[in-house]
Design a protein around this ligand. Structure first.
Ligand SMILES: Nc1ncnc2c1ncn2[C@@H]1O[C@H](COP(=O)(O)OP(=O)(O)OP(=O)(O)O)[C@@H](O)[C@H]1O
Length: 279
């Protein structure tokens, strides 16, 4: 397993934000963690990258029990970049004063790589996320939202992480960019990276997640193959999520003649990947 979380509890003072959470993600597997606001999604992600300390339970990354690490070991692990956390807001993870190239190469330079090698790697990574090299000289403020998100992903990839946690990876993207992003995440997953998608919207990650875990009030109430969770949810809360998922629900609206063709094609593709039907 690339990531194994077992019986994790996290407290903030007297608030118990996570209760006995267990989640395993294999290399080349994509798991969606879905839950409403306050359900504990960010807390889980933050615990996995060592930003909050669990009060009980274990976290094992690539065979190492990181939940037992001290601050120095965490710093070393972060420098290696074995686990990467891509924040929901790309502007939060990109320094506004650094060019795209500088942002991408920074983690490599911190690890002691040469500037020349780092620049070559930045070019290769930009191509990997399907962005033009002409963007290397731009500042984050000079990019579109979709381009910025791809730059943050390129930056996360620079350390060849075993696990990438993506917070709301497609929620802010339009239909065409969403489909492109999902295709790219599939390529990453197929290359052996373990992916964890965090979202409040089941529909937005159902097309790429192999498995979906539903987090409700700090507990995982359902965990199963994405198709099963979407088509035959067992828990009442999951049924509510399926019913209210904007992307899944809007599939019906997209069938109407008013819906624009690109949106309809994107939705069809999304639904096909999870075994649904769109005409
Ligand atoms: N630093 C903190 N101090 C105290 N309580 C916190 C802190 N961070 C989160 N919480 C509480 O822990 C619970 C889980 O919060 P968390 O941010 O993990 O939820 P979330 O599912 O990520 O929500 P959202 O989708 O709104 O980001 C909530 O009740 C929240 O109020």
């Amino acid at each position: 397993m690339s990531l194994e979380v077992s019986n994790l509890d996290v407290h903030y003072g007297r608030t118990r934000a996570l209760r006995g959470v267990s989640l395993a993600v294999a290399p080349g597997e994509a798991v969606g963690v879905i839950g409403e606001t306050g359900s504990g999604k960010s807390t889980l992600a933050r615990a996995i990258v060592g930003l909050v300390r669990p009060s009980a339970g274990r976290i094992v990354v690539d065979g190492e029990e990181v939940s037992a690490y001290n601050a120095r070991q965490w710093r070393a692990l972060r420098r290696r970049g074995t686990v990467q956390y891509v924040f929901q807001d790309p502007l939060r993870s990109l320094d506004p004063d650094l060019s795209v190239e500088e942002s991408i190469v920074e983690p490599l330079l911190i690890r002691g790589g040469s500037r020349r090698e780092a620049a070559e790697r930045a070019r290769a990574l930009l191509a990997r996320v399907h962005l033009d090299e002409a963007l290397l000289a731009r500042l984050p403020g000079e990019l579109s939202g979709g381009q910025r998100q791809r730059v943050t992903v390129a930056r996360a990839l620079v350390t060849d992480p075993r696990v990438i946690i993506l917070d709301e990876p497609v929620s802010a993207l339009d239909a065409a960019n969403r489909v492109r992003a999902l295709e790219f995440f599939k390529e990453l997953r197929d290359g052996g990276t373990a992916l964890v998608f965090i979202s409040h919207d089941l529909g937005s990650v159902a097309g790429v997640a192999d498995r979906i875990a539903v987090l409700y009030q700090g507990e995982i109430v359902e965990d199963g193959p994405a198709r099963t969770v979407v088509n035959a949810p067992r828990h009442a809360y999951t049924r509510l999520l399926v019913g209210s998922a904007p992307t899944l629900r809007s599939a019906a609206a997209a069938r109407s003649s008013r819906a624009d063709r690109a949106e309809r094609a994107a939705l069809r593709e999304l639904l096909q990947t999870i075994g649904g039907q769109a005409s």
